[in-house]
Design a protein around this ligand. Structure first.
Ligand code: PLP
Length: 349
């Protein structure tokens, strides 16, 4: 081993999924697998979660949701947050993927695809509750919902869900978002649309705020053991990091111990001088980050071949990805997503 390795512990993933399951019950949970399952690798994650009995996966795009279905089979439902074009909606329909519909235009696209195939498109209607990313504005919801109900009555679409995404900037803002969401749900049920899954919360609100769980939560970060930088620790959440980035010592120099992981592998160079890594001699200061190597403060007995943990093993005394993120003002997800896809992944269970 002459470079870094991302160790992905699928046993820890299974344990985390159980913790999520118990935490959000009786609501269900969808495992969010966008961004190659937060850098952990889509297929092993989907295979493990399916084996653990998980019933739902969430992705940004239809192409990823189709890959999920190839791995999970019909054992799980796959939901793509967005389907941008009629072709994508068609592909979703053919592949048994449910799609988010967040505009009047997308709703008409779904109706067109349904008319041309004679099959119903499974949709989750998205209301904008303040994030302004995608979703039907509050003031347009009544007419949008009425049109959706009409298309459902005409056999064009099946309304499987109503959903939104929270900004999670403050509890007060999320409370206002929830009130908007409740109004949207009420308008749909007044139109006689029933049996629809309501989903609003991601990790933070799903764990902390029972009233936000509704029927289903969409959980990404916490399932991978990525804690919020400003929130509760892994211990309080009951989840552990699934991924650990390690690298071997390649030399001992006067200015420090040389370790084979650097900016090229995705380690932010801004971490230098601001954080520490886990070594056989305890946590040691990260002195510098170069292109292919880093320099770490000496520990007694440091020698080539020893292993250093850059992030991901808080139980073993190393910082977590979120600890590293906090030092440079970002979030744990980013530390993971920056790990170069060419860094070998090693899967253990
Ligand atoms: C990323 C994402 C989630 C999951 O968020 P976490 O904070 O990682 O749990 C849920 N829903 C949507 C729409 C997302 O984009």
């Amino acid at each position: 081993m002459n470079g870094p390795t991302l160790h992905v512990d699928l046993g820890v993933l299974t344990e985390n999924l159980l913790v999520v399951h118990e935490r959000v019950a009786p609501a269900g949970h969808m495992l969010v697998v966008k961004d190659d399952a937060y850098g952990h690798g889509l297929e092993p994650v989907v295979r493990t979660a399916t084996a653990a009995g998980l019933g739902w996966f969430g992705t940004f795009d239809v192409a990823t949701a189709l890959r999920v279905r190839q791995v999970s089979g019909s054992a799980a439902r796959a939901f793509a947050f967005l389907a941008d074009t009629p072709d994508e909606i068609r592909a979703a329909l053919d592949g048994g993927v449910e799609v988010g519909v967040g505009s009047a235009a997308a709703l008409e696209d779904a109706a067109t695809v349904a008319a041309s195939t004679g099959e119903r498109v499974d949709v989750h209607l998205k209301v904008d509750t303040g994030l302004h990313r995608n979703g039907v504005r509050d003031e347009e919801w009544a007419s949008f919902a009425a049109r959706a109900a009409e298309l459902a009555g005409g056999g064009r679409i099946r309304i499987r869900g109503v959903w939104s995404h929270l900004a999670e900037a403050s509890d007060a803002e999320d409370d206002r978002a929830r009130a908007t969401f409740d109004r949207a749900c009420a308008i749909l049920s007044d139109l006689g649309v029933t049996g629809v899954l309501r989903h609003l919360a991601a990790s933070a609100a799903g764990f902390a705020r029972p009233g936000f769980r509704y029927d289903l939560t969409r959980i990404g970060a916490f399932a991978y053991g990525i804690r919020p930088v400003d929130g509760p620790g892994e211990g309080a959440l009951g989840v552990n990091p699934v991924a650990r980035l390690s690298a071997p010592v390649v030399g001992v120099a006067a200015d420090g111990v040389r370790v084979a992981v650097g900016a090229l592998h995705g380690l932010p160079s801004s971490l230098a001088g601001r954080t520490s890594v886990g070594t056989p001699g305890g946590r040691q200061r990260l002195i510098s980050v170069d292109l292919c190597t880093s320099t770490v403060a000496h520990w007694p007995g440091a020698s080539p071949g020893q292993e250093v943990t850059v992030f991901g093993d808080p139980r073993g005394g190393a910082p977590s990805a979120s600890d590293q993120a906090a030092a440079i003002g970002t979030i744990g997800e980013e530390i993971l997503l920056r790990v170069n896809p060419l860094v070998p992944r090693m899967y253990v269970r």
